[in-house]
Design a protein around this ligand. Structure first.
Ligand SMILES: Nc1ncnc2c1ncn2[C@@H]1O[C@H](COP(=O)(O)OP(=O)(O)OP(=O)(O)O)[C@@H](O)[C@H]1O
Ligand SMILES: [Mg+2]
Length: 443
């Protein structure tokens, strides 16, 4: 390796005014300018600083350009439009994504049968799409740390980025996605169930149940339907008088008499969805109940099943030593506290009306109560003719035998079981009528 040139002290003396300070300064300059290592290092330093500055400049200006030219839309997984968007993406023809994830759904067909459908939705990562001539970058991100405590799944966000000038396409796109989702629900009823503190659709929207397919005793159905319709037409009346716009219905009676089925059919008739909550669920607490009842999706009927469960609280804690379940006061508070701007229709069902506390029956909590009992002769006849159309003569034979056996405690669910088993053979249903004497017969 070549050694650096010797320091020329005479030259230093020449360039200085003779003082020590001046000599040191001039010596330093001499060393720096003549030493090739220092010279090369300095050059590199200048170059490095220049490059770093340039890089910073590019980052800053690209950030500036990004802010000026591009626009982001963030859709968190908690937002309703999140699922709409993913569904839209899965149907979008021009998608160029190569990373898909599968979502399995069950679809109910018009004939009632259910089949499985796999939707290929864009997986986590970046996808480029072209929508109405504009490019959009879709970034589906999964939070590594945050878990949605309600579902145990990671929080996700989808971020759409496009040119600022194309920002209005975002609302077009979300509108299209919403329409697509609503079209899938047309003529269907969405069943919501509780999922932690929130309501989530339970399976795919179901085909509406025709109200005529639930056969209640004479005028029971008509009475409820006209009361609900009258209530829905009276919004202004309630608001003018400052009365909370809600109405509570209680259907009580033995198992299998059609309480739940009727409420589901009613929701279809009114074009409402249904939020079902079973109070005997062990992990339901007063707080969750209250929260759920105050966050009901729009146009939904709230259905509280087995409300007598709230009256067993003491027995539950003493016997099993846990404090899950809803208390009676929790239920009353939740019913009173429903403070929604929109109408609120609550249906409650129970098999044990005798267990209910009178405080529940006060108007404002239960405004309309009705017994939905075991089948009357009128219902038996109607059910028979619904299953075996125009078989009037056989219907009379069936009814005579029914009376002869003095069957009084037969539920409509039992009748349905017998008729479904003998789908295309009314005579065989007549022959098997004795099975109705045992409510636990399994065909
Ligand atoms: N009145 C009815 N008309 C037509 N079908 C009925 C009727 N009652 C019961 N069913 C049929 O029986 C089955 C059970 O009915 P549903 O669940 O509505 O009874 P429920 O009164 O809610 O019983 P539970 O008190 O046990 O909840 C359903 O498949 C339904 O179609
Ligand atoms: Mg029921």
């Amino acid at each position: 390796m070549a050694s650096p040139p010797p320091i020329d002290f005479d030259k230093i003396r020449e360039n200085s005014d003779g003082s020590l300070g001046s000599m040191i300064k001039s010596g330093f300059t001499e060393v720096i300018s003549n030493n090739p290592y220092f010279a090369a290092g300095g050059g590199l330093m200048v170059l490095g600083t220049g490059l770093a500055l340039a890089r910073q400049g590019i980052v800053k200006s690209s950030g500036f350009i990004y802010r000026q030219l591009l626009v982001d839309l963030e859709i968190p997984s908690k937002d309703k439009s999140y699922l709409w968007f993913l569904e839209w993406m899965s149907q979008y023809k021009h998608r160029t994504s190569r990373h898909l994830s599968v979502e399995t759904n069950f679809v109910q067909h018009d004939n009632g049968s259910v089949s499985t459908r796999f939707s290929l939705v864009p997986g986590p990562g970046k996808h480029l799409i072209k929508y109405k001539g504009a490019y959009m970058l879709v970034n589906r991100e999964r939070s590594g740390k945050l878990l949605d405590m309600t579902s145990g799944t990671p929080f996700e966000t989808v971020t759409l980025t496009t040119l600022y000038s194309d920002r209005k396409l975002f609302s077009d796109l979300l509108g299209e996605a919403k329409q697509l989702a609503l079209k899938a629900r047309e003529g269907k009823t969405v069943l919501y169930t509780s999922w932690g503190p929130e309501w989530r659709p339970f399976g795919q929207p179901r085909k509406k149940r025709m109200i005529g397919s639930v056969i209640l005793d004479k005028s029971i159905a008509e009475g409820i339907i006209s009361d609900v319709k009258d209530f829905l037409d009276s919004g202004e009346w309630y608001h003018k008088r400052g009365i909370p716009y809600r109405r509570g219905y209680l259907l009580y009676g033995p198992p299998g008499s059609g309480k739940t089925s009727f409420i589901q059919a009613l929701a279809g008739e009114l074009d409402y969805n249904i939020c079902i909550l079973n109070l005997s669920e062990s992990n339901l607490t007063d707080d969750r109940l209250n929260h759920l009842m105050n966050h009901i999706p729009e146009r939904s009927i709230l259905l509280l099943e087995d409300i007598d469960a709230a009256f067993n609280k003491r027995a539950q804690t003493e016997d099993k030593g846990y404090t899950s379940g809803v208390t009676f006061s929790g239920l009353l508070n939740a019913l009173d506290g429903v403070a929604s701007a929109e109408e609120c229709i609550t249906f409650m069902t129970t098999n044990h009306p005798e267990k209910l506390d009178p405080a529940l029956m006060r108007p404002g909590r239960v405004d309309y109560k009705v017994l939905v009992d075991n089948a009357t002769e009128y219902q038996v006849r109607q059910m028979f003719l619904r299953f075996y159309e125009n078989e009037n003569e056989l219907c009379e034979v069936f009814m005579n035998k029914y009376r002869h056996l003095q069957l009084t405690k037969v539920s409509t669910a039992q009748l349905q079981g017998l008729f479904v088993y003998n789908k295309s053979n009314p005579q065989s249903a007549i022959d098997m009528i004795e099975t109705l004497q045992n409510p636990n017969t399994v065909f």
